[in-house]
Design a protein around this ligand. Structure first.
Ligand code: 9YT
Length: 130
């Protein structure tokens, strides 16, 4: 059994930061359980575009308000506490954070480590607007 607390991951190799988000990876590929599990914070007033070409991801929003745009179809969905989205088609998508968003994210196959921009199908196009 592995037990950890978010605070223990701060500023470690499992704490990955970009311009618009910070992701603390609680479970990684190295644990060998078939998925990774991340606590992601997306900063207020930002828009991030992601395209996970090699992964399936489920995202459960537990805090904040924003919107999710499916860049394939143009559909826009509200994000708030209790909203879940599943990227079961490797869809390119954008997340707009009106307030700070807190997301619990599960990846299959698991993320291996410090992917931020261009490894393993993670391609954020970063844009800041206040
Ligand atoms: C919201 C979202 O897509 N989070 C993904 C996790 C984060 N980008 C990471 O850990 O790489």
């Amino acid at each position: 059994m592995i037990v950890t607390n978010l605070a223990e991951l701060n500023d470690t190799d499992r704490d990955v930061k970009s311009e618009t988000w910070r992701s603390r990876r609680m479970v990684l590929a190295g644990e060998g359980v078939g998925f990774s599990f991340h606590d992601t914070v997306i900063y207020a007033g930002t828009t991030s575009t992601f395209h996970y070409a090699n992964h399936v991801e489920a995202v459960y929003c537990v805090q904040g308000e924003g919107t999710l745009t499916n860049e394939v179809t143009g559909e826009v969905h509200d994000l708030r506490d209790g909203t879940m989205y599943l990227l079961d088609g490797k869809e390119k998508h954008s997340v707009r954070a009106e307030t700070e968003l807190r997301m619990a994210c599960v990846f299959n196959p698991p993320v291996t480590g410090r992917e931020v921009h261009d490894e393993n199908g993670v391609y954020p196009l970063v844009e800041m607007s206040k």
